[in-house]
Design a protein around this ligand. Structure first.
Ligand SMILES: CC(C)(COP(=O)(O)OP(=O)(O)OC[C@H]1O[C@@H](n2cnc3c(N)ncnc32)[C@H](O)[C@@H]1OP(=O)(O)O)[C@@H](O)C(=O)NCCC(=O)NCCS
Length: 168
């Protein structure tokens, strides 16, 4: 069996990513989110995990703005993350998050937000406490943040891409 390769999404991957998302989430909402983010040009990083020529995992970060004290700070939103149901618990999800974080930090990103299961995202440095000061309709026990820079804001209004509102 060949190794898992994690690489940036390429033109031509769209259909395989869509199928993966529909399979992993059991619905179309996340696939529509990704389609919209691509169209609106708000994707910051989109990676796939490939094995034996087959896309088995996908992670995407889009541009999120933090408005604080009259200033605008560029952050990223992690969503969605998906691994094919037949290949979960093989470390693919963790590999995607860790690889993506290394790339984002190298690109100069300073803050990431996620709305998801704290027991999972806590493994990758996300915490509820770091996100508690933000204003957003997603505020609550599932909103978590991780920063690569202590100077990144811990308060302010989060402005997500329109695509998040569109999928409900
Ligand atoms: C969540 C998901 C991306 C994890 O991917 P994965 O490749 O199976 O994850 P990994 O193999 O890296 O890690 C598996 C570990 O995470 C844990 N885990 C997986 N999903 C979890 C969840 N929702 N809550 C808490 N822990 C979870 C597993 O119990 C496992 O723990 P172990 O290593 O102690 O056995 C995958 O299960 C998935 O695509 N789920 C459906 C879509 C989804 O819910 N995406 C996340 C949206 S927030």
């Amino acid at each position: 069996m060949s190794a898992v390769i994690i690489r940036p999404e390429e033109v031509g991957d769209e259909t395989a990513i869509r199928l993966l998302l529909v399979n992993a989430f059991g619905g179309e909402a996340e696939a529509r989110l990704v389609d919209e983010l691509r169209s609106s040009g708000e994707v910051v990083l989109s990676l796939v995990a490939e094995r034996d020529g087959e896309i088995r995992g996908h992670i995407l970060f889009s541009r999120l703005w933090v408005h604080n004290a009259g200033e605008r700070f560029a952050a990223v939103a992690l969503a969605p993350l998906a691994v094919h149901p037949g290949h979960q618990h093989e470390g693919i999800g963790s590999g995607l998050v860790e690889d993506a974080h290394a790339r984002l930090e190298a690109q100069g990103e300073k803050l990431s937000l996620v709305h998801g299961e704290p027991a999972y995202y806590g493994r990758f440095g996300y915490s509820r406490e770091r996100a508690a000061g933000f204003e957003t309709i997603y505020q609550g026990e599932y909103l978590q943040a991780r920063a690569w820079d202590d100077a990144a804001p811990a308060a302010g209004r989060l402005d997500y891409p329109q695509a998040f509102a569109d999928i409900g």
